[in-house]
Write a protein that binds this ligand. Sequence first.
Ligand code: GTP
Ligand code: MG
Length: 527
Amino acid sequence: MEHDAEMASPISSDMVTAADDWAARDDFEDSPAESHAHPPAGAGAAAAVTEDEAREEAPPAPPSEDANGIESTLQSLELQPSDAPHNRVQIEAEERNRKRHLNVVFIGHVDAGKSTAGGQILFLSGQVDDRTIQKYEKEAKDKSRESWYMAYIMDTNEEERAKGKTVEVGRAHFETETTRFTILDAPGHKSYVPNMISGASQADIGVLVISARKGEFETGYERGGQTREHVLLAKTLGVSKLIVVINKMDDPTVGWSKERYDEIEGKMTPFLKSSGYNVKKDVQFLPISGLLGSNMKTRLDKSICSWWNGPCLFELMDCIEVPLRDPKGPVRLPIMDKYKDMGTVVMGKIESGTISEGDNLVIMPNKANVKVISVYCDEDKVRSASPGENVRVKLSGIEEEDIAAGFVLSNIGNPVGAVSEFNAQLQILELLDNAIFTAGYKAVLHIHSVVEECEIVELIEEIDLKKKKESDPKKRKPKKKPLFVKNGAVVVCRIQLGRFTLRTEGKTIAVGKVVAVPPTGISTFKA
Ligand code: GTP
Ligand code: MG
């Protein structure tokens, strides 16, 4: 089994957090729209940029930015001398002076207006000039998609613009008084849920976009819609705070109606509670029009909407508080993507600890010792980066081919553990065709940037949340292992990674498990 552990994705108990939150819930009635047992082909840790795109960029530049649109606004790479003295005190002082940084993911049902709102934010914060907007208006018109021009700021590739649907997670940056934001514009379409997962797993806060247009809120919220699914995924993936924007308030079917706004808030609130959000503390609702930019940078004019007295979106984002992360904790950077650029560059979000130029670190699970040559936050070269930052880190000591998405950059003294099996508490939301959940169930597991085939090998215990837990462990009766559970159950089970099936013409012809073993202590191992 030791060898299996070498092959497995590096997952530690501190990274498996979802079950804890669910256990605290008192209402499991609502179930999400769709199961992830079988994500679409091509599912994977799809980062915002493809390898080829990334390689063309030198030095490392932010992914998915539109070369024509917002390049003029990108700050040029401010290259600080890399041979500057490696001085921790100085680095810590620089850290304190820098504005805080937050990653915000835009989520919600397809066509809710996520890209439009994201584009509008960039426009309102002066990152896109009028000329570019006019160009997009013309391009959208030529494609008979007149109203889509704002979304073109975020939707940069031809397929996205032609179909009016985001595919890759778009990425852009803007600043408010107190905060530097990285916007992650997730796709809403159900085929691209794995991309949404990769976007949400990089985020600290979420903006859930809901369309108030007649019929659109309903379609997004019902089973099969992505509103519920995105909320549950965001909570599970660590998005601690949500701003719920009720969008398209300008639409003729809405006309800034207070009744419609209240109806949507009223239906969303119990669902958000049942998804684990403390609605009073962690969730804020507000009405906007992403297309017109209303209630975004400045508060709503009373002539547009007489009943809203609350803040605008920028104000809310500016003062939102997120749980503190520990900059002195063990280094954990789950790698989302990697490329070559006069060295090996890895990308991802620092979940814990601080990464500084000159640090000696280790990549798990292949135990490769590496040295940090340089660190980039957004476009800026920095000397150190703290938890929550999305960074690109240039490393020496490892070849790009020897790294796979899902590997974790860790500190040497306390590297992330590698396992091939672990126990987890799951809440069963919705099984395909109301099936039962038993040992032998196969699925795809997503944790941070790991996407791995897995199999449930044993159900250990079903948990009855209504019953009080006996506090004295001696008095606790040993529970019988359940043979199966159904929708809504909470169950502790053992999950084995690296299982897979071979299928042909719709039939499963073989099942397997990875057995190739990397030689111990050798740092090059093909994933
Ligand atoms: P996916 O990326 O496919 O999930 O969609 P999305 O949520 O990014 O939606 P997108 O921004 O592409 O907008 C979809 C449609 O809704 C476009 O036609 C937009 O013009 C329209 N739309 C977005 N926001 C508003 C709004 O505030 N008011 C009105 N009237 N229409 C809007
Ligand atoms: Mg979009």
